[in-house]
Design a protein around this ligand. Structure first.
Ligand SMILES: Nc1ncnc2c1ncn2[C@@H]1O[C@H](COP(=O)(O)OP(=O)(O)OP(=O)(O)O)[C@@H](O)[C@H]1O
Length: 205
């Protein structure tokens, strides 16, 4: 179980409040108006933003006070997900610990890249990719990393409708296969239907 219990965060002179539970292995879509605090919630779960009160709990253990690198979290930011000085393939394999990476992981990356139609991009530098290609690379890396809790901030924003359908289907499939617990910010109701088990609608308090 993932639980956010009476969490309060001060931002921009406002107090943002969160309180919800999500079953392990479920995908939650987070929606709400611009500025309501969707990205702030993901940042707090990852440990980039501190709360003034409340708890974030994963499998009964509090994450409050744990440093960013100790949290069981894989995070796709809204922007800047790739290191520009490293090839796409090296970017893909960051965060998996062992070097050289094992052949199972390479197979998973190759299969995912094929499915999301970015196989031809793996040997390039990130600067040579389109926004939508970068986004698919970042989605693959975030989903395949070993951490059980996945945070996706508008992961499909730069994709055309057809590619979006491909990517949403893939995210759902991988989330279920590897029992990932996913918090996904999205403005699109199609994404919610394709990927999510439930919806959290944030409102200004
Ligand atoms: N780095 C920051 N420092 C201070 N305040 C911030 C920061 N980032 C966001 N805020 C403020 O926190 C509040 C919530 O912002 P947040 O980015 O979480 O909203 P959001 O729901 O994700 O919006 P959007 O849909 O536009 O991405 C807003 O009032 C915003 O101005």
């Amino acid at each position: 179980m993932f639980e956010v219990r009476k969490l309060e965060i001060e931002r921009d002179g406002k107090t943002l409040k969160y309180d919800f539970k999500l079953k392990t292995g479920h995908v939650l879509a987070i929606q709400g108006l611009s500025g309501v605090g969707k990205s702030t919630l993901l940042s707090a779960v990852a440990g980039f933003v501190n709360s003034i009160s409340g708890q974030i709990l994963w499998e009964g253990q509090t994450l409050n006070g744990l440093s960013i690198d100790k949290r069981p979290v894989s995070y796709l930011f809204q922007q800047n997900n790739l290191f520009e000085h490293l090839s796409v393939m090296t970017n893909m394999t960051l965060g998996f610990g062992e070097r050289p990476v094992n052949s199972d992981l390479l197979d998973q990356i190759t299969d995912a890249a094929h499915e999301l139609q970015v196989s031809d991009q793996l040997q390039k530098m990130p600067g040579a990719l389109s926004g939508g290609q970068r986004q698919r690379i970042a989605i693959i890396r975030t989903m395949l990393r070993p951490e059980p809790l996945v945070l996706l901030d508008e992961p499909f924003a730069e994709l055309d409708p057809q590619t979006r359908l491909l990517a949403t289907g893939w995210v759902r499939k991988v989330a279920k296969k590897y029992k990932k617990t996913v918090l996904m910010v999205t403005h699109q109701s199609e994404d919610v239907e394709q990927v999510a088990d439930s919806v959290l609608m944030l409102k200004q308090s």
